[in-house]
Design a protein around this ligand. Structure first.
Ligand code: B12
Ligand code: SF4
Ligand code: SF4
Length: 303
């Protein structure tokens, strides 16, 4: 399906691959991860488990996943000093930008296969996105659990169009190019990895600053360190990013200084109306006003 890939590039995706939908070959890994409690309070992952284990259940009649990667790396020339914000959040909300592009791709699929139907997903549905990207030949799952493309690295968003059209699939990316490396596991500031491809989210700074609800206890406050939102350490140290990640030139992902380098002092005291005015349609709305105030207070405590 060269035409779909050509159109994917035209709509702004960095890479596109196609996977035939089947039962998730790593369903047992998901079960074990959930049983170990590694999802913390993200109970929606338990509720969605059956669909993640068999993505054919996500959309009745779905046969194919068209999977996209979009590079959001901003380059290491820009200093990421305290308070630190993960690079995926530096630009306008990716759900909006990628949602529109996925709709364009879905429209093109329906035109290529008349009578077919489609559904688009980016980080907001019961879709095992990394798994599908690996099956679509876009890269391998690194020991840090990230999908790593051999020429782009892992600073990518994954977007998926499910369709009932039967499209010719790509070959899965079978190689594991991590080899004996374990830099991500050793560099994690909170030792959040129980082992390779086994992240205990409860200790992950990304989980604590974005998904955790309520105040931090003393341990959590210390774990967060100088990260205000998300964490990039296990990607920053990965040799595949060090060697291959290129700063994006994508106009949909230009960096916003107010999000990339916010003032923690202001955030710790900002009122709700002002927070909404400044950060509406940015990833900061996920933890929201109270979560970002909590994060800012923890960072100020650390610096
Ligand atoms: C819950 C979640 C989180 C949680 C849990 C993270 C985790 N490691 O699972 C928290 C809040 C901690 C988090 C953090 C981050 N996240 Co997040 N997250 C998700 C979400 C919503 C679900 C992931 C999930 O189901 N996790 C449970 C685990 C068990 O499932 P899994 O990750 O799919 O892993 C499968 C494979 O590892 C496979 N498997 C296991 N062993 C093996 C072995 C082999 C050989 C193979 C092939 C497969 C395999 O089995 C697993 C189950 O199917 C996805 C979006 C989605 N709908 O999928 C985004 C997603 C994974 N997150 C993303 C991002 C960008 C991040 C952060 C980088 C953000 C940041 N900078 O702070 C960090 C990275 C932390 C990390 N190292 O994983 C991107 C990843 C893009 C990419 N290139 O991989 C996604 C895909 C969102 C998107 N659409 O772009 N995230
Ligand atoms: S995102 Fe940060 S805290 Fe979470 S696993 Fe990676 S290095 Fe550890
Ligand atoms: S740092 Fe090393 S072990 Fe970790 S994901 Fe990258 S290549 Fe794999």
């Amino acid at each position: 399906m060269i035409e779909i890939k050509r159109l994917g590039a035209k709509f702004g995706f960095s890479a596109v691959g196609i996977a035939a939908l089947e039962r998730n070959p790593h369903a047992a890994e998901l079960d074990r991860w959930l049983a170990d409690g590694h999802a913390g309070t993200m109970t929606y992952l338990n509720r969605q488990a059956e669909k993640r284990k068999d993505p054919r259940l996500v959309m009745p009649g779905a046969k194919t996943a068209v999977v996209t990667l979009t590079n959001y790396f901003h380059g290491d020339r820009i200093p990421n000093l305290a308070p630190r914000v993960a690079q995926y959040a530096w630009s306008p909300d990716y759900h909006d930008v990628l949602g529109e592009r996925l709709e364009q791709l879905a429209t093109a699929i329906r035109a290529l296969v008349p009578g077919s139907t489609t559904r688009c997903y980016v980080d907001a549905g019961p879709v095992p996105e990394r798994e599908l990207a690996q099956l679509a030949g876009l890269g391998w799952i690194g020991k840090n659990m990230m999908l790593i493309h051999p020429e782009i690295g892992s600073f990518t968003f994954i977007g998926v169009v499910l369709t009932d059209a039967r499209l010719e699939p790509d070959l899965p990316f079978e190689a594991d190019r991590c080899g004996t490396c374990r830099r991500c596991l050793d560099a994690c500031p909170t030792q959040a990895f129980a082992g390779p491809r086994d992240l205990d989210a409860r200790a992950c700074i990304s989980y604590l600053t974005i998904e955790h609800r309520g105040e931090f206890d003393a341990t959590q406050r210390a774990q967060v360190g100088d990260w205000l939102f998300g964490c990039d350490v296990c990607q920053d140290v990965c040799p595949w990013n060090v060697s291959f990640a290129q700063a994006t030139q994508d106009p949909g992902f230009t960096s916003r200084t107010d999000v990339a380098r916010p003032d923690a002092g202001q955030l710790a005291t900002i009122d709700e109306a002002e927070f909404q005015r400044r950060y509406d349609r940015t990833p900061f709305t996920r933890p929201g006003h109270s979560g970002m105030r909590r994060n800012a207070a923890a960072v100020l405590n650390d610096t």
